[in-house]
Structures are given as C-alpha cells and as structure tokens.
Ligand binder design. Structure first.
Ligand SMILES: NC(=O)c1ccc[n+]([C@@H]2O[C@H](COP(=O)([O-])OP(=O)(O)OC[C@H]3O[C@@H](n4cnc5c(N)ncnc54)[C@H](O)[C@@H]3O)[C@@H](O)[C@H]2O)c1
Length: 254
C-alpha cells in the first residue's frame, strides 16, 4: 500500500468512543474532533455534557445511550451509528469501572461485574465493529488498560485481571485483522486526574503520593492520554499494531 508521508489528521474519519460521558473518554472525543474526526459516543449514562463540549469543535457528534454488556443493545448502537455517520473507522474501547476491594472481601458478583463491563463489552463492541472496518479496509482499535497490570497494586485483583485480559485480546486480534488495514493497540494508563480518580479514597490518596514515583513530576491528565489515542488513530500510524504503550509519567518503566 502506498502511504502519503505527509498524510495527517483524521479528517472525516468516524470514531466510536465508548464510556465517554465523562472522564478520559470526553478528552478523547475532543482530541479526535480537533483532528477532524466525527464522533459517536456510546455510554450507559447521559453523555449530553460531552456532546456539548465536542460541539464547540465540530457539529459532527452524537451520543448513543445503552449498556455495552448487552449484545442486543450493542448491535442497535452500532447500527444506529452506521445509519447516522455511514461507517466506523476508529473504535476506542474506554468503557470501564474501577473498584478497590481486598481479595478476601471480593465477592464473585463483584468479580463477574468487573469482567462483564471491562471485557465482555470489549468482545461485543469489537465483534460488531470489525466487519464494518474490514469492508472499508481501514480500522483503528485502541483499548484502555492500566499501568497497575505492571505494578501489581493491591486490592485490584479483579480490575488487574480484566485489564490484563484487554491486552491479550488486543494483541491476538491484531494478528488477525492486520491484513484488512486494521490495527489494534492498547494503552496502559497511569492514575489520571479524572473525577472518578479524585472521588475514590485509595486513588485520591495515591494521587497525592504518586508524583515522587513518577519520572515526570506532574500529574497525568486526560489530555496526555488523548494525545496518544489520537496518534495511534492516525492513518499514518498504520504500521504500529499489537503494541501496548504505557502512559503514566514513568511510574512503570515498561
Ligand atoms: N482515571 C484513571 O486514573 C485511570 C487509570 C487507569 C486506567 N483507566 C481506564 O481508562 C478508562 C476511562 O477511565 P475514567 O476514569 O475516565 O472512567 P470513568 O469512570 O470516568 O468513565 C467510565 C465510563 O464508562 C461508562 N460505563 C460504565 N459501565 C458501562 C456499560 N455497561 N455500558 C456503557 N457504558 C458504561 C460510565 O457511564 C462512564 O461514563 C477506563 O477503562 C479505566 O479503567 C483510568
């Protein structure tokens, strides 16, 4: 394939960002829109605030509300996105929940809920989107994991399992879909100054103490992650696949 070495930006590409009603996902939507992408948001929560924020950059944005652990709802969302935008070029699997629980107190229900929201949603969404990307011979799948998979942070056995699962999925998929012009890469995110992180007792105390552990002594902000998301989404990044990029200020020197 001939690549225009000056090709840049995401003009008129269609990006589906999951879990973008708030937090990191909102920053991803804004950053991709700045590069010219049209933005579809899928979230179980009302994403009006994200839509309004993106509208300051582009009119091409819409939210599709639904539960991404429900197969029928995922199919309806994906069909509605294709009806509205014509195709899907970029999938950002950002949906997730965070919960700290000592292993001995962790219930099977908590364990299953974590895997359902982090991993089953990944399977369902990717399974629905890959045929569309394949048809267009172009796709960028970017999954959000966590640097705790390298650090072994306590009270997170269920979260760490789900986040490591995301990496295995992303790598294995890359080997299957590369021939269709689709790349699949993961980002391991450090503790980022989102609302969720500052609301969580363990995360907010870690946030205060984490800076000395970082090589770069400033907090990890959603736009730091968004820049890497935008880079991996570029057509010009098409040779990068099956990789995991750690973005945490250098806590885990992965
Ligand atoms: N913020 C951090 O410090 C940090 C650190 C490491 C990794 N991450 C990862 O980055 C991603 C985003 O983190 P965040 O802090 O912005 O999270 P967040 O909790 O602020 O946002 C997650 C979004 O997912 C949505 N969601 C939850 N369950 C859903 C479902 N079943 N269907 C559809 N939507 C659903 C929520 O409504 C919410 O809008 C997550 O995957 C998280 O694990 C975050």
């Amino acid at each position: 394939m001939q690549i225009n070495k000056y090709e840049r930006g995401l003009q008129d590409k269609v990006a589906l960002v999951t879990g973008a009603a708030l937090g990191n996902g909102r920053a991803f939507c804004e950053r991709l829109a700045e590069e010219g992408a049209h933005i579809a948001i899928a979230d179980i929560a009302d994403a009006t605030e994200t839509v309004e924020a993106v509208k300051l950059i582009t009119p091409h944005v819409e939210a599709f509300q639904g539960d991404l652990t429900n197969e029928a709802e995922v199919h309806t969302i994906v069909q509605n996105i294709v009806k509205r935008f014509g195709r899907i070029d970029i999938l950002i699997h950002n949906v997730g929940i965070y919960e700290e629980e000592p292993f001995e107190l962790l219930t099977f229900a908590q364990w299953r809920r974590m895997l359902d929201i982090s991993l089953n949603s990944l399977f369902l969404t990717t399974h629905a989107v890959v045929p569309i990307m394949k048809q267009n011979q172009f796709g960028r799948i970017i999954t959000l994991s966590s640097d705790i998979v390298w650090l072994g942070t306590p009270y997170l056995t269920h979260y760490a399992t789900a986040k490591m699962g995301i990496i295995g999925f992303t790598r294995s998929l890359s080997a299957e879909v590369g021939k269709y012009g689709i790349t699949s890469n993961a980002i391991t995110v450090g503790l980022t100054a989102t609302q969720r992180a500052t609301d969580s007792p363990l995360s907010s105390s870690i946030l205060q103490h984490i800076l000395p552990a970082q090589s770069v002594h400033r907090s990890d902000e959603p736009h730091d992650i968004a820049n890497v998301v935008a880079f991996l989404a570029l057509p010009a990044s098409g040779i990068i696949t099956g990789q995991t990029i750690n973005v945490d200020g250098g806590v885990a020197r992965h």
